[in-house]
Write a protein that binds this ligand. Structure first.
Ligand SMILES: *Cc1c(COP(=O)(O)O)cnc(C)c1O
Length: 306
């Protein structure tokens, strides 16, 4: 089965929504709603899996394995794809077995994925090539980097499915997106470079990584592409929230743009703050999906959101 046929691979234009709420700024501000591309596995995660699935199909591996947190959109998408394509999936999860399963992990198990709980120490080894090779042998599985990111053995396969985002982004002065592993942005940059587009990439880092991602991008970003990484919009760290963020999410909810606090909420907050000085006429914001992860935060939004 062609993995592409799993997702109704979008006519991107159909997923662009004008952000009316920001119309006083007299610019064209559109949002690419990747959260709408599939009813269950939405967002950029299925795109990042495409290259890995291609590799799997050409390999002799028996299954797929990857790493993530208990609310991980990546693991959620991977488990769903495994179920649909009948591929055994193993998930190494940074969580403890004696704690209640999150809705995300409940779905994954329900779809047949094997959940392995890793304590902080073992989870910290997820980038090590040796550890990955050991897991690959043990589970006869293709090891996918955390969040779909590159591994030493197989390279940046997660970027492949993201190149096509440039098809729509090339028509804008700037494209803004939230950054976790950086895979989506790096793939988008390749797509823009292929099209010789002058669109600038602005990433809003959701991780407090002390400049690590900025260094990666210096090294890996296509040299012809103009980019900026905003490193001070994480609100204290990954998945940390503030009342300001939750208020903003509640406002966008009213304008039919559902956000989650980890990525898209921080993207919009950083974007709004930059708007008065923004030097761009046409801007595309990429909504990376991830609304499934919001279930675990439900109590945070009350009473602002119902
Ligand atoms: C994973 C994710 C991102 C970040 O994508 P990367 O390719 O890891 O940088 C952004 N938004 C959402 C909703 C995500 O789930």
């Amino acid at each position: 089965m062609n993995p592409l046929s799993l997702f109704n691979m979008p006519n991107w234009q159909a997923y662009c929504q004008k952000i009316i709420h920001l119309s006083t700024f007299k610019r064209q501000i559109d949002c690419l709603r990747l959260d709408l591309i599939h009813p269950i596995v939405s967002g950029n995660k299925p795109l990042k899996l495409l290259g890995w699935l291609e590799c799997f199909q050409q390999s002799s591996y028996q299954g797929l394995l990857s790493f993530g947190g208990a609310y991980s959109n990546h693991l959620h998408a991977l488990a769903f794809v495994g179920k649909e394509l009948n591929i055994p999936v193993t998930l190494i999860v940074r969580a403890y077995a004696d704690q209640p399963l999150t809705p995300t992990l409940q779905d994954c198990q329900h779809w047949g994925a094997k959940v392995i709980f890793a304590d902080k120490q073992s989870y910290a080894r997820r980038y090590e090539a040796n550890y990955q090779a050991q897991l690959a042998r043990e589970y006869q599985a293709l090891v996918i980097g955390e969040g779909g990111e590159a591994t030493e053995q197989h390279g940046a396969l997660g970027e492949k499915g993201c190149l096509g985002l440039a098809e729509i982004a090339q028509h804008y002065d700037q494209v803004w997106l939230a950054v976790g592993s950086g895979t989506t942005a790096l793939g988008l940059a390749k797509g823009l470079a292929d099209r010789q587009a002058s669109t600038k990439i602005v990433g809003v880092n959701a991780v407090a990584d002390h400049g690590q991602q900025a260094q990666n991008w210096q090294r890996l970003m296509s040299p012809s592409v103009d980019w900026q990484l905003i490193d001070d919009a994480h609100l204290g760290g990954f998945a940390k929230t503030t009342p300001e963020l939750l208020d903003l999410m509640a406002i966008y909810e009213q304008y039919q743009l559902p956000l989650e606090p980890v990525y898209s909420g921080k993207l919009l907050l950083a974007f709004e703050k930059s708007l008065p000085q923004l030097a761009a006429e046409k801007v595309l914001l990429i909504h990376g999906g991830g609304l499934q992860g919001r279930r675990g935060y439900a109590s945070l939004f009350e009473p602002a959101m119902v």
